[in-house]
Design a protein around this ligand. Structure first.
Ligand code: ADP
Ligand code: NI
Length: 218
């Protein structure tokens, strides 16, 4: 199969699987990450566009959060799909590796991504977690998991292990401090750093307004 057809088939597969999902991990998240990855790749000339596009589309194919914490579910599901459309082994194992590594695992756990293709997908995924879209996704996730919007008596935590991060059940506003505001300093590529900077400023303004309204200041 031609590369363009593999990408189109993969997009159709992901779209069918994730349409209408309500936690912010829906098809349109995959779509935005795919588009952002293409924007970033334009300035990262040595990256393999085929791996970037397939990896972006498949990065959340079986997220541990929705598979009882199983971190191997994603790589396995991606392999099965890519084998079924006849993608070569070298590309499949690269994408498996990227999916294994892409997830945020807590403030105290460094992001370890080796290849440029992985770094681009990582950055695109993290960009979609911040800014106006990021805010919307975060509250959608919180609501879907029955979390309070905010509770001033529960402080944000710093998670030094993936286990602690996985098990946290705090209010959604805390997620800004536990993850979202940390992301701009964890980007790998220059393009993503630039975009993250703008999205970060927007979130800070949002939080300032949120707390002012909370106390009835305006
Ligand atoms: P990653 O893509 O780095 O693995 P996740 O899938 O954990 O990240 O998170 C993606 C998005 O889901 C977050 O940016 C956020 O919008 C939402 N989310 C995940 N965990 C939480 C949480 N505990 N509270 C609120 N939103 C969350
Ligand atoms: Ni994602």
């Amino acid at each position: 199969m031609k590369q363009a057809d593999c990408i189109q088939k993969t997009a159709d597969f992901v779209k069918a699987k994730f349409s209408g999902e309500g936690t912010g991990h829906d098809w349109w998240h995959m779509y935005r990450v795919w588009q952002l990855a293409k924007t970033i790749v334009a300035e990262e000339k040595e990256a393999d566009l085929f791996v970037v596009e397939l990896g972006a589309l498949l990065h959340d194919i079986a997220d541990w959060k929705f598979h009882n914490g199983d971190e191997e579910a994603g790589p396995k599901a991606a392999r099965e799909w890519l084998e079924s459309i006849g993608v070569q082994e070298a590309v499949i194992s690269q994408i498996e590796d990227i999916i294994r590594t892409v997830s945020f695992k807590g403030a105290g756990v460094a992001s370890a991504m080796k290849t440029i293709e992985g770094k681009i997908i990582h950055d695109a995924d993290k960009l979609d977690a911040i800014g106006a879209v990021g805010i919307a996704r975060t509250f959608a996730y919180g609501g879907a998991h029955n979390r309070e919007i905010y509770n001033p008596t529960i402080s944000p935590e710093r998670h030094d292990s993936f286990e602690a991060y996985k098990n946290s059940k705090g209010p959604t506003i805390n997620h800004f401090y536990e993850k979202l505001l940390l992301l701009k300093d964890r980007m790998f590529t220059e393009t993503a750093k630039r975009i993250a900077e703008q999205r970060h400023v927007y979130m800070e303004a949002y939080l300032k307004e949120f707390f002012a309204e909370w106390e009835g200041d305006r």
